[in-house]
Write a protein that binds this ligand. Structure first.
Ligand code: SF4
Length: 681
């Protein structure tokens, strides 16, 4: 049960918020959200809660007013993880400063970024101090030679950092370096010597980490959260002591999947071998070793052979997917040989670096030279290890009782005459990882978003995130808006969206009739090709200019649209997926949302294809398990663009007759949030 102290603090904060929060309106669904979060935080049995809070509920206020007082009283931290920068900025610049006032609490907050966004001043100093000639040599051990411009900039970065005109954050650089250069001077988990580094006290990453450690509230994103948890929770607050708020929780699975993927490529292996040779030669010449050679040419030949065998595979759209992890035997046997070669290289490395360690103790070497070499060695060995793990994951088949991994080779053209083959192995379901990394560990987790359920239940979310009624509570809050006043119109079209040509032609004609040139309209397409074709078909026939995604940046489109509406004109936006979420066009800025068709994802990517194949193999249907719930969720999100406040109005039109004609149509319509369904004759 929540303590009286906590209840009083929240009640008092709520009273203050009535005066301090602009346009504050008491909302029963928000009150319910606050009460349920407070109960969950104080409950030691069920510490995770999933809250679907539609637009207008005020979910940010709901979780801030309940979690921060609890955290302060109980000496916990609040970590808010989001999926987009706009929400992070809103929390940082608007919601948290305001929360300080209505909570009347002195709490600190900061934004966390990954290590690689910060400068490693030791590496920068060593590279710059080593002199331009050495600098070129050292960097040349890696990918591309730095240009004069790069070298000039590196000196400038160092100067600005030393004079405190730059804080070491990549995002605050006016002229950022290339990825190749930044990777040599950024903070890196493998090469950082932390407290043993002479620049530790002046290191921007560790200074920032201290700020994060001392902050009561930390803002992060799902990518950083998962990376940090996989790497031992060294950047973000300790999960055991943290109330984790996962805002936009519907993105947690897709943002996390890419961190459970392993990769290596033929070109990357060749680069690593060349780097190893260069580093070993340099060490040997310094120490005076003449033996310990390895057959570099033979090794490179093996990798070229792997490229040739890969090329013989049946590539479709530049990739070949190995169904049920059945990889061509010649590829496997070649990879086993390559694995043995890399192991042998590592053994030579250890022998030489042992001698290098002894040599350092007895000889005086310029600091920068020693540290630069040490960084190169650590980095190179880490790359060898990553290749070894990649090979092992690629060739090892999953156990019978676990879901298969997606395995595929993709081909890219690095240069016109140089093909690169990338070997990939990825998990198709990471639900168990969430359990061990998050649900069991955190003090409490609050998952929220405007759309989390699909087809009226949380099954899809549970299946993706490994949640269940045993470990989580669920809450679906009603919309505070009068959605029954919104017409959801299904025109009586002749064409089916399955027939792309006819459908594009028909919706072009419909749009000419249905777009009011004096209003704010958003037309959402499922494919770029259809959007462009429709634009071409109708742009000369509409009395209003189309703002099409791709022709301008998203923020430029939104700015122009609002400008036009504010000056009394109409405006039409044509957009794809990214306009279905995170768009907040209030009042007159949007009175008609038009959706070209339902967004059924076709299992296309290797992960989706493997998922679909796996479901079939265990007697399930990928359409009803994945495509249908995902399409419903996307439709609700797209519709959600229309009503953003009490004063909003308008209608939604969808050009997809499958909502009427197909068996699943009723299920989708039943799960819409209370719109007035209008089926045209
Ligand atoms: S502490 Fe680590 S990241 Fe910071 S300067 Fe030293 S080596 Fe680089």
């Amino acid at each position: 049960m929540p303590s009286d102290e906590l209840k009083n603090q929240i009640r008092n904060a709520y009273e203050r918020a009535k005066k301090l929060v602009p346009d504050f309106k008491p909302r029963s669904s928000q009150n319910l959200m606050i009460a349920e979060i407070t109960k969950t935080l104080s409950n030691h049995e069920c510490k995770n809660i999933v809250i679907e809070a539609p637009t207008g509920v005020g979910k940010t206020f709901g979780y801030l007013i309940s979690s921060i007082p609890y955290a302060k009283i109980n000496k916990k931290k609040v970590l808010i993880s989001t999926a987009n920068i706009a929400l992070q900025e809103q929390l940082l610049n608007k919601d948290l400063p305001l929360a300080r006032k209505y909570l009347d609490l002195n709490f600190s907050y900061s934004v966390a970024k990954g290590r690689s966004r910060y400068l490693c001043v030791r590496n920068l100093i060593n590279i710059v101090e080593d002199g331009n000639q050495e600098l070129s040599q050292n960097l040349a051990l890696f990918d591309e030679k730095p240009s004069e411009f790069d070298i000039k900039n590196l000196n400038k970065y160092l100067n600005n950092y030393s004079t405190q005109n730059w804080d070491g954050d990549f995002d605050s650089l006016d002229i950022p370096p290339s990825d190749n250069i930044w990777s040599k001077i950024s903070c890196n988990r493998i090469t950082c010597t932390a407290r043993n580094c002479e620049f530790y006290q002046d290191c921007c990453f560790f200074k920032k980490r201290k700020v994060i450690k001392e902050s009561d509230v930390v803002i992060a994103n799902h990518d950083l959260l998962i990376t940090d948890l996989i790497n031992g929770n060294t950047v973000l607050p300790e999960m055991e002591e943290t109330i984790l708020i996962l805002d936009e929780a519907h993105h947690l699975n897709d943002r996390s999947l890419k961190h459970f993927k392993y990769q290596f490529s033929t070109e990357n292996m060749k680069t690593v071998i060349n780097q190893s040779t260069a580093i070993l030669n340099k060490l040997k010449s310094l120490i005076g070793i003449t033996n310990n050679n390895f057959d570099k040419d033979g090794f490179l030949k093996k990798i070229s052979e792997l490229g040739s065998i890969s090329q013989e595979q049946h590539f479709e759209d530049d990739r070949v997917i190995f169904s049920r992890e059945l990889i061509d035997k010649t590829i496997v046997s070649n990879l086993i040989d390559i694995n043995i070669n890399f192991q042998a290289l590592k053994t030579i490395y250890f022998e030489v670096t042992d001698k290098w360690e002894d040599y350092k103790k007895t000889h005086s070497i310029k600091n920068s030279e020693r540290e630069n070499l040490d960084v190169l060695i650590l980095d190179n060995v880490a790359q060898i290890d990553s290749i070894l793990i990649g090979i092992e994951r690629f060739i090892k088949r999953s156990d019978d009782e676990e879901a298969p991994k997606a395995k595929w080779i993709s081909q890219t053209n690095q240069h016109p005459d140089k093909k690169n083959f990338v070997f990939n192995s990825a998990y198709i379901n990471i639900s168990q990882n969430f359990e061990s990394l998050i649900w069991k560990i955190t003090h409490s987790s609050i998952l929220t978003s405007a759309t989390l359920s699909s087809l009226g239940n949380f099954n899809r979310l549970n299946e993706q995130l490994g949640l269940s009624k045993e470990i989580a509570k669920y809450l679906r809050l009603p919309s505070p808006f009068a959605l029954d006043k919104v017409n959801f119109v299904i025109p009586n079209l002749q064409s089916s969206p399955k027939n792309s040509f006819e459908h594009t032609k028909e919706i072009s004609n419909e749009l000419i009739k249905r777009i009011n040139p004096k209003e704010g309209t958003l037309v959402l397409f499922a494919s770029k090709a259809q959007m462009e074709q429709v634009t071409e078909n109708i742009e000369d026939k509409l009395d209003v200019e189309i703002l099409m995604q791709g022709e301008y940046q998203k923020n430029v489109i939104l700015g122009l649209h609002i400008q036009r509406i504010s000056s009394g004109q109409g405006s039409v936006i044509f957009g794809l997926d990214s306009f279905s979420e995170g768009i907040d066009l209030k009042g007159e800025a949007l009175s008609h949302v038009i959706i070209s068709k339902l967004r059924f994802s076709i299992p296309n990517s290797p992960i989706e294809k493997t998922q679909s194949e796996h479901l079939q193999s265990i007697g399930k249907n990928s359409f009803s398990e994945i495509s249908l719930p995902d399409a419903t969720l996307k439709l609700i999100q797209a519709c959600g663009r229309l009503i953003r406040s009490e004063n909003d109005f308008g209608k939604i039109t969808i050009f997809d007759k499958r909502l009427i004609s197909e068996f699943y149509g009723k299920k989708i319509l039943d799960s819409l949030p209370g719109y007035n369904i209008v089926i045209e004759d």
